[in-house]
Design a protein around this ligand. Sequence first.
Ligand code: ATP
Length: 294
Amino acid sequence: MSATPEGAAPAKINLALHVTGRRADGYHLIESLVIFAGHGDRLAVEEAEQDGFSVTGPFASSLPADGGNLVLRARDLLRLHFGAGAQSPVMLRLEKNLPVASGIGGGSSDAAAALRLLARHWKLGASEEDLARLGLELGADVPMCLASRPLVARGIGEKLEPAAGFPSLPLLLINPGKPLETRAVFARLQKRDNQGLGPLPRCESLAEIIRWLRSTRNDLEAPALSLLPEIADTLGLLEAEGALLSRMSGSGATCFGIFESIETAEKAAGQIRKKRPGWFVCPAATLSAEPSHG
Ligand code: ATP
């Protein structure tokens, strides 16, 4: 049904994010090249006598473990929509490996994993389109997290076009340990009618992708920086350790660096961990556009 490994809720990275306008209802229109890391949260579901939910992992304590959690909201939405077939009690176990409110879509990815796993567990026969439509009720980024392959997102993030041929990239993700609310960052945005991304790069070499990325931006970087000056420090660390390109993802504060190889990303991670103990420092190869046959 999906190329994503069972239970994986990978980190989402906006390689480029242009804000192109605003809808009458206040939602921002975007164009974004989005990829996913081979690292993220993990969700497991099993049959139970009664419903249960547990959250473990390094970022468990910064999360609601009650009905406000997107995992439970996804479960309840499926029950509402599919009725009798989606009622048997389930135990859901979330391992929270991604920092919360950090611009890498952990919550949306958890919601997507919950929809995917529970649809299979309850044998709902839901298509990917059905799940994407439902997921959009939980958040604009949930449909892209259901796809979890390189793509261009337009509209409010729900119009998805696969980025065919996009390769795996060696990345380093860094978060300075302070949450940023997406809404607060958008509220600081000055210009909302920027140009779109233009045609995607030919993906034949890393150099070509980097060259193309330099012609793009994350329009949320400046407003996020005005709220959290540590973002400048984060970007500076990536550059100092040899990133070919460094930028903020989503509404921040997580920044990514693209490196020549996963080995150089790991080496840089070691240096940055020494300089900033306690920060989230995560080297990861990203998921390529090629479908998995596993
Ligand atoms: P985006 O990049 O899509 O803007 P984000 O990475 O900045 O997202 P998330 O970590 O997805 O932010 O969290 C957004 C909000 O959702 C937080 O305020 C958090 O309390 C809430 N939330 C509810 N459930 C979850 C969950 N399972 N994981 C993370 N956040 C959750």
